[in-house]
Design a protein around this ligand. Structure first.
Ligand SMILES: Nc1ncnc2c1ncn2[C@@H]1O[C@H](COP(=O)(O)OP(=O)(O)OP(=O)(O)O)[C@@H](O)[C@H]1O
Ligand SMILES: O=C(O)c1ccc[n+]([C@@H]2O[C@H](COP(=O)([O-])O)[C@@H](O)[C@H]2O)c1
Length: 198
């Protein structure tokens, strides 16, 4: 069975933490592809500041040079609140032959018990969890059926988040090298987040 990883997120904007997480999961779990999937409306946080189209465009720019990385717009096309369980049901119908891995940072691992339809999700896929600065991964605190569906991957700890990038930009600070150069160029060209070139 083909092994595919999915990295879901707001990508508001996509940054190096996302890319390193995807690459670590790909390498350590021998994933043939990793799909980067922007949410329409995220279930547990504020709606993104920039449009879905622009977040998808940044994902395309960031993934274009990696043969195994692909953008996936299934949640943007569906609209509404992006519950992962609904998305995975849809993907399973389209591709019954895939072995699916959902890639998440430590903050989201700790949150798994609150996810919509989490029991069904653990039957449909595996989770790959990554350490993230500021969030201590507490697998022991999770119910055992969730613990069994989570495996960990190692990555260099990267203290970058989309909110850090947005707040730096609103303060007129540089975010160069926190996002790939192509994403930086796109943000500058489109004037996203009030960015000024330089
Ligand atoms: N620096 C990082 N290290 C490891 N995982 C990360 C990192 N940044 C994001 N992730 C994971 O990537 C997924 C998507 O993240 P998302 O697009 O919401 O970015 P974010 O940086 O967490 O955004 P925000 O700061 O706006 O909350 C989540 O599972 C999140 O835990
Ligand atoms: O389905 C849920 O209940 C659920 C709850 C929290 C997060 N998620 C998904 O996890 C991914 C990362 O979430 P976030 O909030 O860090 O962007 C993204 O694809 C979300 O849709 C899903």
């Amino acid at each position: 069975m083909k092994r595919v990883g999915i990295l879901g997120g707001a990508f508001d904007p996509i940054h190096l933490g996302h890319l390193l997480a995807a690459e670590a999961a790909r390498e350590q779990y021998r994933l043939e592809e990793v799909w980067f999937m922007p949410s329409h409306i995220p279930p547990h946080k504020h709606q993104a500041g920039v449009s879905g189209e622009q977040r998808l465009e940044m994902v395309k720019e960031a993934t274009r040079n990696h043969g195994a990385f692909k953008p996936l717009d299934i949640e943007l096309r569906r609209g509404g609140v992006s519950y992962t369980v609904d998305t995975i049901r849809e993907i399973k119908k389209l591709h019954p032959d895939l072995e699916l891995y959902f890639i998440i940072g430590a903050d989201m691992v700790n949150y798994l018990p609150k996810w919509e339809g989490i029991e069904e999700l653990t039957e449909m896929l595996h989770f790959i969890g990554l350490q993230r600065p500021g969030s201590f991964l507490e697998l022991d605190a999770l119910p055992s059926y969730i613990q069994e569906s989570v495996s960990l991957a190692e990555m260099p700890l990267v203290d970058i988040s989309s909110s850090l990038i947005r707040s730096r930009l609103s303060a007129g600070k540089s975010v160069r090298y926190m996002v790939p150069e192509q994403v930086y160029d796109y943000m500058t060209r489109s004037g996203l987040y009030g960015i000024h070139s330089g």
